[in-house]
Design a protein. Structure first.
Length: 327
């Protein structure tokens, strides 16, 4: 309802005058150039070649802006109306700068493609609504330029990011993903899956009460998740180690720790003890094999070695819990 209300406060594209169309085109080119420069600033340290691509794309947008300003000056004078994309319905709203910093390299490339496609559609529609021959020609030329902007980006990419550079940048992005999300998430999953085995199964076999066992598992999992999350976030700010945002790492570690413990605690919501226990044991082995798979997939640990270490260690903890519960 609020979205509908606010969308009605935006101007319809068909209601714009020719001067307003030029003003909107000028501000849009300025915004696109600013966004590309923000991408370049964000990428320069880790991806200098891709940063150069976005700098060159920003320069193209500035050239378009200057052409549009010259046209406005000739037709309407020096005073350009303040009109931006967020004032007109139909435009995709761009993310603010503080959100742009969270985008990955691939997401920035996809955002750039969306911006170019939107600009192309805008110039096509603007040219149809313009009566002045010179302005119409300029807008049509800019539509063709935006249509070829993807080719320009590809050309700039070929110049600044050859295959070997792009491969290196992709590998850097993958390594950062592993350090920020996979590594702390895997540590959390291992801790949650293995460390909660003993208390959960000890409680299960000691009481044979599924509800009490579930409460033990829930408290152990949530407690371990909070502890692991805070520990991961607090012990390394990521600036020197290069492991990325402590908040992201802490969330990845804490959530996966809780998930690892809850996986074999949730079956104890089933009232029948042996049914719940059989299902919980099955979940444990699924969790352990999942850990081995992640180690092999992202940490390059040989699968058989990872499986032997994780399954053997988890099996020993599981056995210890059952033995303690039966004693």
């Amino acid at each position: 309802m609020l979205t509908t209300f606010f969308s009605r406060s935006r101007r319809a594209f068909d209601s714009l005058s020719e001067q307003e169309i030029l003003a909107l085109a000028i501000s849009s080119e300025e915004d696109d150039a600013r966004i590309y420069l923000a991408y370049a600033d964000h990428l320069r340290a880790a991806y200098p070649a891709s940063a150069k691509v976005f700098e060159d794309m920003a320069q193209v947008e500035q050239t378009h802006r200057n052409m549009l300003i010259d046209m406005h000056r000739r037709r309407f004078g020096e005073r350009i109306p303040l009109l931006r994309r967020e004032h007109v319905s139909g435009f995709i709203r761009q993310k603010p700068d503080w959100l742009q910093r969270n985008l990955t390299l691939d997401q920035m490339r996809q955002e750039a493609e969306t911006m170019e496609r939107q600009a192309q559609n805008f110039y096509h529609e603007a040219a149809k609504r313009t009566g002045d021959a010179e302005t119409r020609k300029l807008l049509g030329d800019l539509a063709l330029a935006e249509e070829g902007h993807e080719d320009i980006a590809r050309m700039l990419g070929a110049r600044h990011t050859p295959d070997d550079v792009k491969t290196s940048e992709d590998e850097t992005a993958r390594r950062q993903f592993v350090l920020t999300y996979v590594q702390p998430g895997l540590a959390g999953l291992m801790d949650g899956s293995v460390s909660t085995l003993a208390p959960i199964f000890a409680a299960a076999f000691a009481t044979q009460d599924t509800w009490q066992t579930f409460l033990v598992g829930l408290s152990a999992s949530v407690g371990a998740g909070i502890s692991m999350g805070f520990t991961e976030a607090a012990h390394d700010d990521g600036k020197i180690s290069g492991r990325g945002s402590p908040l992201k790492r802490g969330l990845a570690c804490g959530i996966m720790t809780a998930v690892g413990g809850l996986g074999h605690a949730l079956p104890y919501l089933i009232p029948d003890f042996w049914t719940a226990t059989t299902l919980a044991v099955a979940v444990v082995f699924i969790e352990l094999w999942a850990i081995a798979f992640i180690q092999n997939r992202f940490m390059e640990t040989p699968f058989l070695r990872a499986a032997f270490q994780v399954v053997l260690g988890g099996g020993l903890v599981l056995g210890a819990g059952i033995l303690i519960g039966n004693s």
